[in-house]
Ligand binder design. Structure first.
Ligand SMILES: Cc1cc2nc3c(=O)[nH]c(=O)nc-3n(C[C@H](O)[C@H](O)[C@H](O)COP(=O)(O)OP(=O)(O)OC[C@H]3O[C@@H](n4cnc5c(N)ncnc54)[C@H](O)[C@@H]3O)c2cc1C
Length: 226
């Protein structure tokens, strides 16, 4: 029996495991997925949580049990991956050693606020992020209480996953404050180290055309998002 080991049960890992479990003969392949988390998150939903938009309000709107997206033909091991010994084709985990014939790495990426001077200390005070579930929920109150001043949407460093999400955030903030009738009291600035907001040229042109026009989510933006 050959062994396929997938490290990470997020979007990438669960998709790879599910697709391959349908393509590879069951009698010949054993597919195992390892993850340390208890929950699988639909991360694009984090974007809407600070604004409590479109039914995204708290944990239940984006989280489900980590095992749930995985098909029944896929084995799951709840463990922290600690070491990959590729020469020996083994992975050390908190639940013991796992060997493999093929390895898929899908452990995602994490935020690193400590790499930006001052950001670590400011987070949760006057700097907030929506790139994590708890952080997105904790952002609700400060946003609700913000009545005037300057909101800077800052991409602190590159790379950033889903580079369009911060831009979407800026437009959602525009919409949010407009609906509350306080938009004219708030200046929204978008700051990024990237030369262009998106790698797609037409997306960049479209976004540039929206900036400064006071655009907010409408049929045009939803067409763009599709
Ligand atoms: C706010 C936001 C908006 C987004 N919007 C979009 C969008 O509109 N469209 C889009 O396509 N993408 C979007 N994305 C990006 C998308 O969510 C990610 O690209 C995707 O989740 C990445 O999948 P992944 O499997 O690589 O990593 P993840 O989904 O992060 O999964 C990684 C998994 O590995 C596990 N893991 C990590 N380290 C270990 C370890 N040592 N041991 C065991 N397990 C471990 C984690 O627990 C996790 O379950 C968005 C992301 C964010 C944050």
């Amino acid at each position: 029996m050959k062994k396929l080991l997938v490290l990470g049960a997020g979007t990438g890992g669960s998709l790879v495991a599910n697709i391959l479990s349908k393509k590879l003969p069951r009698k010949e392949w054993r597919i195992t997925v390892v993850d340390k988390a208890r929950e699988h998150h639909y991360q694009p939903g984090y974007l809407f949580i600070p604004f409590r938009l479109y039914g995204y309000e708290g944990r239940d709107s984006v989280a489900r049990h980590i095992r749930r997206p995985l098909g029944s033909a896929v084995e799951f091991v709840s463990a922290d991956v600690r070491l990959i010994d590729h020469a020996a084709r083994k992975v050390e985990t908190s639940a013991g050693r796992l060997d493999y014939d093929w390895l898929v790495l899908a452990m995602g990426c994490r935020m690193a606020p400590e790499e930006t001077e001052g950001l670590g200390e400011a987070l949760g005070k006057n700097a907030h992020t929506f790139y994590g579930l708890d952080e997105a929920v904790n952002f609700q109150k400060p946003l609700e209480n913000f009545r005037e001043g300057k909101l800077v949407v800052n991409v602190a460093d590159m790379p950033v996953k889903c580079p369009v999400a911060p831009i979407e955030f800026a437009f959602l903030a525009d919409y949010f404050f407009r609906k509350k009738g306080i938009r004219e009291r708030i200046r929204i600035e978008y700051a990024t180290p990237s030369r262009v907001p998106s790698r797609s040229r037409w997306q960049t042109a479209f976004l540039a055309s929206l900036c400064g026009r006071g655009a907010y989510p409408s049929r045009r933006t939803s067409r763009f998002r599709r």
